[in-house]
Ligand binder design. Structure first.
Ligand code: 6PG
Length: 242
């Protein structure tokens, strides 16, 4: 499939380029709809981008924090202060360091013994914000795993076939295995999708995705998503293989 790529020399340049594009999308969303809703990804790749957002005066001050809402595309089913928590990573690198109102931060909580209940509860939280219609995030940040997973949608996962629920609990072949993830119902509705992919260990999967047919039937979850909006792939040269 053809990827709309932005290829940057390294993770620093990638983070800056993605952040500048994010801020521009956010401004448009706020201008058009009065608020900007972002689904954050976990993993390590976005850390630099979150830190840059928090630490750079220009980026901090051009963000209308009262109108920004942060959600998550997926979460590991661990307490919020666990080192594996995607929320914790975003809190430490961004949220605690910027003046975003607490009510604008919508973490996926691992609050129930059964993750399915937590998935239902996050869907209810999303309905409060978006209403009954399928949510259209102004921007979703996505990572890419070496076997093609994105969010916590792994190859062969039944969650890939979900047609109604917005959030599901999954068992993933990863650490930790229990996770919550948005489903393609939501992920295919985003206005903007940025994949952030860095490092030589992602080169093979990027090459493999480029060879996939553009039919939405790929074995790789990242290549199966068909968001209605714009999809950009921010790659560093190591991942792009250039
Ligand atoms: C997670 C993720 C996951 C991640 C990719 C890439 O919670 O594990 O959201 O989909 O984005 O595994 O992770 P890295 O950025 O660490 O390579």
């Amino acid at each position: 499939m053809k990827l709309d790529t932005r290829i940057l020399p390294d993770i620093d340049a990638l983070s800056r380029a993605a952040l500048e594009e994010l801020l521009s999308d956010l401004k448009n969303a706020i201008k058009q709809r009065g608020r900007g809703a972002i689904a954050l990804s976990g993993g390590h790749t976005p850390e630099k981008m979150y830190s840059l957002w928090a630490a750079t005066e220009k980026y901090r001050s051009e963000t209308d924090w009262n109108r920004v809402h942060l959600f998550w595309g997926d979460e590991r089913y661990v307490p919020q202060d666990d080192p594996l928590s995607n929320y914790r990573m975003a809190r430490e690198t961004l949220i605690d360091l910027v003046p975003i109102p607490a009510a604008n931060v919508h973490p996926m909580l691992a609050d129930y013994p059964q993750p399915e209940k937590a998935a239902e509860s996050y869907e209810a939280e999303m309905r409060k914000f978006f209403g009954a219609e399928t949510p259209a995030f102004d921007l979703q940040l996505m990572g890419l795993g070496p076997e093609g997973h994105t969010a916590s949608l792994f190859p062969g996962s039944p969650a890939l076939e979900e047609t109604e629920r917005w959030v599901v609990a999954v068992e993933a072949p990863a650490t930790p295995p229990r996770r919550l993830t948005l489903t393609p119902v939501v992920l295919n509705s985003a206005r903007n999708t940025f994949f952030l992919v860095s490092g030589a260990d992602k080169r093979e999967i990027i090459a493999a995705i480029r060879k996939e047919p553009d039919s939405g039937s790929s074995q790789y979850p990242a290549a199966r998503l068909r968001p209605v909006g714009r999809v950009l792939w921010f790659l560093d040269e190591a991942a792009a293989g250039t």
